[in-house]
Design a protein around this ligand. Structure first.
Ligand SMILES: [Zn+2]
Length: 154
């Protein structure tokens, strides 16, 4: 393998070492989440937070995601880390990125540490970076659901 070649996906290629960042934005206007769910027949995807909701609720959902942009950022950053073979298979690197992620988020969420700080799994083990990222996803889902439910009840 020469200096200009890289090992990617189990084969040696001559592709540049800088990974291509593909972006598939959610079709909801101004949503910063990836549109990773494709409803039947759709050419564009929607994110997990907009999927299956009424289009009339989309601006409100987007606003919640923007309001919690620092959490959304960490979810997307964790996805990037876990889809990059260089980082997802390097436990020490993952540990450092996890630590850095919480150091980055903590000052932005005062008063929400109980809900957002790295904690323990239901089985009592320390959460991994992946566990934590999934919990952040659920947290955002809860915020979106609460907002829509409150709007409907009003
Ligand atoms: Zn979205």
């Amino acid at each position: 393998m020469s200096q200009s070649q890289t090992y990617r996906g189990g084969r040696v290629t001559d592709e540049p070492t800088e990974p291509q960042r593909m972006r598939y934005p959610c079709m909801a206007r101004q949503c910063m989440m990836p549109g990773s769910i494709f409803p039947a027949g759709a050419k564009e995807g929607v994110c997990a937070w907009h999927y299956g909701t009424n289009a009339s609720d989309w601006p409100r959902i987007t606003q919640i995601l923007l309001d919690w942009g620092c959490v959304a950022y960490e979810i997307n950053e964790a996805r990037r880390v876990f889809t990059d073979p260089e980082t997802r298979c390097a436990p020490k690197v993952l540990d450092q990125l996890y630590k850095t992620a919480w150091e980055r988020l903590q000052p932005l969420v005062p008063g929400w540490e109980d809900a957002l700080a790295p904690g323990k799994t239901k089985a009592g083990f320390a959460e991994s970076y992946g566990d934590w990222a999934r919990r952040l996803e659920k947290f955002l889902g809860t915020q979106v659901h609460a907002s829509i439910s409150a709007r409907r009840a009003a």
